[in-house]
Design a protein around this ligand. Structure first.
Ligand code: PEP
Ligand code: MG
Length: 585
């Protein structure tokens, strides 16, 4: 229940998802279905109706062209191509002729005629076998929504048109929503739904913008234009914050800035424990545009390149050339440092809107390597692009969602086939490219020795591993309290995976969100992880902590917490440990 404090101040409590404090104007982003009106026209009104339709098309064309140019300037021509397809849909003469004749025969308003014809096209293309034609469904949906909004005169909620200094208030934000967003204008976001490891939250952390999720009904309590304060440390949102509260938060922000200065002071120092054991601190990225930040943070390479980012920004399956450019840019940016490119992990909360997402249990469904092994053309294209880019840098390949040895074998067989193709075409690639498996499904965690036959290294994806181990959907706010990285089952499983990998001489890293959480980083190092891959923005703090911890301290911590039964007590011990290592700051 919201707590009524001062006259207008309302406090909402949710889950702290990304640290920081923001104060700004709320912008409601609702994905409600459009209510398309339907009414009869008098015959003498038909010409004016057609004129109204033409005007709406002109306005929509200007809008799409505007977005296209913006995307071309910021992300390149490849990413902008999708909007050329949108313009073609908008001006498709067959569709427009059908709308006109529908209007003249039924005398209904043009929105309802257009909607009817567009829906007919959508169901026609949805039933197609051909992947390319199926993809047209999303184009028609996007374009018809824009055009209808222009005709109905609704104020649009478009994340691409964010006003400056906005805080987005939404039921949920998906990675496809954020792909179009002007992130520079975003101050923070809050959602009704969501858990700590949803991909929109991961994005917020990498941008260092505060986020509070799991608020249940914030979209009902907040209106666009409200002044709100988001406290991403404590998971609190305040509508109409009082002057006194703002002053207190101002002090908090300045304390935070001082801490950042302390953490940043070690950023160019080696990444090692106090007693000199090297621990590679690598970056999690979603595209080449994040390399500048990774380099600025002196990251030891890329430990997880989530390639879905390229696909989401492209709104579909990008051709080899588009992918190659991106992988090559990352490899060249990283110089000699390794770049671990994870093959496509589409599904779960990352969908391309192409109909593949219609599953009841999408996180346990047709996702990642399962999708790639059945869509060989898409997988081959990606493997070719990665292999070609491997000639330019220190690239490694990693497969997501491996559940058993046969999947890993099949993926490697496909990789070998692509290598043979490239050899036959005399195209250069790294012949000794390393291949790794993500360990994020409990069945994989239990067979590290078997997977080791086919993998050069392992990377533990704790975001998924925890959700599958504990049967807690990582996006569901109602069970978010059960998502406990400090649960003994999680800690024991992590220890087993790392011990097994080390016993077999395979490098093992952690790339889930806990790798960038200062509470867990030393614990993972103590367990024997040789590297951590995290959002670049957390690198200074984690490095500061590790440089102040000896290996013996970290190992003793592991022994100690493995004896504790209660997750809350584990968290308290981790908090105390952190203070013992770096002092109360
Ligand atoms: C994970 O599951 O921990 C992981 C790193 O992958 P993602 O968050 O992209 O599923
Ligand atoms: Mg995962």
């Amino acid at each position: 229940m919201p707590e009524q404090l001062a006259k207008d101040e309302i406090v909402l409590e949710g889950i702290a998802a990304s640290h920081g404090v923001a104060h700004g104007t709320a912008m409601l982003y609702l994905q409600k279905e459009l209510d398309v009106p339907s009414y009869d026209l008098k015959p003498e009104a038909i010409d004016a109706e057609i004129e109204r339709f033409d005007q709406a098309i002109i306005r929509t064309r200007e809008e799409i062209t505007g977005v296209r140019n913006k995307v071309a300037a910021s992300l390149g021509e490849g990413e902008a191509r999708i909007f050329d397809a949108h313009l073609m849909v908008l001006e498709d003469s067959a569709l427009l002729d059908e709308v006109n004749s529908e209007l003249r025969t039924t005398n209904k308003n043009v929105e309802s005629c257009y909607n009817k014809i567009a829906q007919r096209y959508i169901s026609f293309f949805s039933s197609m076998e051909d992947e390319y034609l199926k993809e047209r469904v999303t184009d028609i949906q996007d374009v018809s929504r824009r055009l209808l909004q222009n005709m109905i005169g609704l104020k649009k909620s478009n994340l691409g048109d964010l006003a400056a200094q906005s805080i987005i208030v939404s039921e949920d934000i998906t990675p496809s929503d954020t792909a179009d967003m002007d992130r520079t204008k975003l101050l923070g976001f809050i959602t009704d739904a969501g858990g700590q490891t949803s991909h929109s939250v991961i994005m917020a952390r990498s941008l260092r913008i505060p986020a509070v999720v799991g608020l249940h009904d914030a979209t009902k309590k907040i209106q666009s234009g409200d002044r709100i304060l988001v406290d991403g440390y404590d998971g609190i949102v305040v509508i109409n914050p009082s002057e006194e509260r703002l002053l207190n938060y101002g002090k908090l922000a300045s304390q935070r800035r001082k801490l950042d200065e302390i953490y940043n002071s070690v950023i160019s120092e080696p990444s090692e424990t106090k007693d000199g054991t090297a621990i590679a601190l690598m970056s999690n990225i979603e595209g080449a545009q994040e390399m500048d930040q990774a380099l600025a943070m002196h990251s030891n390479g890329v430990g997880l390149f989530r390639t879905e980012g390229i696909f989401l920004r492209h709104h579909g399956y990008p051709p080899e050339a588009v992918q190659y450019d991106e992988y090559a840019a990352v490899a060249q940016g990283a110089g000699d440092q390794p770049v671990i490119i994870r093959t496509l992990d589409i599904g779960g909360d990352k969908t391309l809107g192409d109909g593949n997402e219609q599953e009841d249990n999408s996180f346990m469904g047709f996702r990642a390597i399962r999708f790639c092994l059945e869509n060989q053309d898409i997988f081959n294209t990606q493997l070719r692009a990665i292999l070609r880019a491997s000639a330019l840098g220190n690239i490694k390949i990693m497969y997501p969602m491996i559940s058993g040895l046969s999947e890993l074998k099949r993926a490697n067989q496909m990789l070998e086939m692509v290598k043979s193709e490239l050899r036959a075409e005399n195209i250069a690639f790294d012949e000794s490219i390393e291949v790794g498996a993500m360990v994020e499904i409990p069945s994989a965690a239990a067979i590290i020795d078997l997977l080791a036959e086919e993998a050069d290294f392992f990377s533990i994806g704790t975001n998924d591993l925890i959700q599958y181990l504990m049967a807690v959907d990582r996006l569901n706010d109602r069970v978010a309290h059960l998502y406990e990285p400090a649960h003994p089952a999680v800690l024991r499983t992590l220890k087993t995976i790392i011990d097994e990998a080390n016993r077999l001489g395979k490098a093992v890293s952690v790339c889930g969100e806990i790798a960038g959480d200062p509470l867990y980083a030393s614990l993972l190092v103590g367990m024997g992880a040789s590297s951590l891959s995290l959002t670049s923005s957390m690198l200074p703090e984690v490095k500061y902590l590790i440089r102040n911890t000896t290996m013996a301290d970290a190992q003793a911590l592991v022994e100690e917490v493995l004896q504790i039964n209660d997750p809350a007590a584990v968290v308290r011990r981790l908090e105390d440990f952190r203070i013992e290592m770096i002092g109360r700051m």
